[in-house]
Design a binder for this molecule. Structure first.
Ligand SMILES: [Zn+2]
Ligand SMILES: [Zn+2]
Length: 242
């Protein structure tokens, strides 16, 4: 009886699994890890990911930059994502974000920690992409903060949930198609209350999905302005946006 009650289930399909917060074999095979795919040295986009080839398909060699990073500049020094925003992962992230399935946070944070691409010893603090107080009230939690806390604990780095704040209640980025407009939407949306918090610190920004990178890049810009020595970005998933 106890066995039935405490049986662990797959976060994606609820079928029984052996280990807590792990996907069943079928769901796991539905997640496309970016891992060793050849990808841009800066923004981490896997080569050949965009259908129009703008990411420099065919130039996928170690240390290469994608077409976008050759022409645009980012404030973050590096961005990496664990998996493609595809299949099962879309469902899991949606439920985590909008359906109150906080339990999925453990699994998603585990994905981040298990596939951590940076040297944790060189990081000082992990921060989430903050949400505006109005959104926090209606949604009750910031999914990005859940990821940042769990990841920071797993890799033994400090986290800071309040140092970086969202001061503008912006339109959701997913409603906006054009990159220039996405950038405008988040421009000036974040602020650092006390610059001493990040002065000289190497900061990791954790989030669920990286689409164009304009949100995490604006966070990076503000953190650098507040004196951070460097900002890198880690997200669970990488989405297509073209
Ligand atoms: Zn499953
Ligand atoms: Zn790139």
């Amino acid at each position: 009886m106890l066995d039935l009650i405490f049986r662990e289930t797959c976060p994606a399909c609820d079928s029984p699994v052996d280990k807590k917060e792990r996907l069943c074999g079928e769901c796991h095979s539905g997640i496309a890890l970016i891992g060793n795919l050849s990808s841009c040295a800066l923004c981490g986009i896997p080569f050949g990911f965009y259908k129009d080839g703008e990411d420099g398909e065919g130039s996928g060699r170690e240390g290469h930059l994608c077409g976008r990073c050759l022409t645009e500049s980012f404030s973050f020094s590096k961005a990496r994502s664990v998996a493609l925003y595809d299949g099962k992962l879309i469902e899991i992230i949606y439920e985590f974000k909008y359906r109150g399935k906080l339990g999925h946070g453990g699994f998603l944070s585990g994905l981040l920690a298990d596939n951590m691409p940076y040297d944790a010893g060189k990081l000082d603090v992990v921060v989430p992409v903050p949400i505006h107080i109005k959104k926090l009230r209606s949604r009750e939690y910031n999914q990005s903060a859940v990821l940042a806390i769990n990841l920071a604990r797993s890799i033994g780095v400090r986290h800071d949930l309040f140092g970086l704040r969202k001061i503008k209640d912006t339109r959701p980025q997913f409603e906006i198609e054009k990159e220039a407009e996405r950038r405008r939407n988040v421009k000036g949306a974040f602020s650092v209350a006390d610059a001493r918090i990040f002065s000289g610190k190497s900061v990791l920004v954790a989030d669920d999905v990286f689409t164009t990178g304009s949100t995490s890049d604006e966070c990076a810009r503000v953190l650098l302005k507040a004196g951070a020595s460097g900002v890198s970005v880690l997200t669970v998933a990488r989405a297509r946006w073209t």
